[in-house]
Design a protein around this ligand. Structure first.
Ligand code: HEC
Ligand code: HEC
Length: 213
């Protein structure tokens, strides 16, 4: 081989090596991140802000110069609930009974309120920087009422185990298997199966649960 060829080969090898180790550290970074202290309702609120089309008229950026209205001042709760109902009749979970449908709307208003007014700047920053799959997973945990039995970071109920550090007990594969068929791990469990959800939803929930440590 000519010297130029050897040199070229060496450079190529080092490029591949650098790319490989970088990818490894990226992977590790994602694995090390913990979101166990964040409030799921606040995360869901951010997602609802877009899904309920508030972002068609509003911006979260106080200094925005376009024609969107910044959401800054907190008005009273009745005004807020009335405004959400009037401007955004979309409710994101279909329920047959009127009573349940009203409860869902109330939960959504609560989540929007939590995100817009109860998040500290640091928490908001962390929510904004969540990877898309983890963000979606947290929203799905809220949306599928997991917190009617479980709790995370102090939010939810204590009918079932607290999930705040659940990633220390199980891995991603186990989470997906348990969501599909909880009875395979405990025959008489009250946890319902979520096998009706699309596979990518189950994967997203597992991605989020993996950050709870
Ligand atoms: C069709 C446009 C539109 C949509 C959709 C909309 N809003 Fe508004 N919103 C407005 C306008 C216009 C105002 C200012 C009204 C006023 O001053 O009385 C406002 C005011 C507000 C305010 C008071 C802001 C302040 O600083 O005084 C809040 C909070 C708010 N909206 C939240 C929401 C949320 C949450 C949603 C989604 C569920 C939403 N809005 C959907 C148009 C909209
Ligand atoms: C009706 C109550 C109920 C609902 C709703 C529910 N679970 Fe569970 N879940 C349980 C119970 C109870 C257990 C513990 C197993 C047992 O002893 O039956 C459990 C166990 C778990 C575990 C393992 C916990 C551990 O510490 O080992 C995970 C993870 C979990 N559930 C996630 C979820 C997710 C995610 C959702 C929503 C998509 C959900 N659960 C909805 C009742 C529920």
């Amino acid at each position: 081989m000519k010297r130029a060829q050897v040199l070229f080969l060496l450079i190529l090898i080092s490029f591949v090596f650098v790319a490989f180790t970088q990818e490894k550290t990226e992977e590790k970074k994602q694995k090390d991140v913990s979101y166990s202290h964040l409030n799921v309702a606040q995360i869901a609120g951010k997602r609802l802000f877009v899904l309920k089309k508030c972002s068609d008229c509003h911006t979260l950026d106080e200094e925005a110069k376009d024609d969107l209205t910044p959401v800054t001042d907190k008005r009273d709760d009745d005004w807020f609930a009335g405004h959400v109902k009037k401007e955004s009749p979309i409710v994101l979970r279909e329920e047959k009974s009127k009573r349940k449908q009203r409860r869902i709307l109330r939960d959504e208003i609560q989540a929007l309120d939590e995100f817009l007014y109860q998040t500290k700047p640091k928490e908001r920053e962390q929510i904004e920087s969540m990877p898309e799959n983890v963000f979606e997973g947290a929203y799905l945990v809220y949306q599928n009422n997991c917190l009617n039995c479980h709790s995370i970071a102090g939010l939810g109920k204590d009918i079932a185990p607290d999930l705040t550090e659940v990633a220390n007990r199980h891995d991603r594969q186990w989470f997906v298997a348990n969501l599909k068929d909880p009875k395979q791990f405990k025959e008489d469990t009250i946890m319902p199966s979520f096998a009706h959800l699309p596979e990518e939803n189950l994967e997203a929930i597992a991605d989020y649960l993996e950050t709870l440590k």
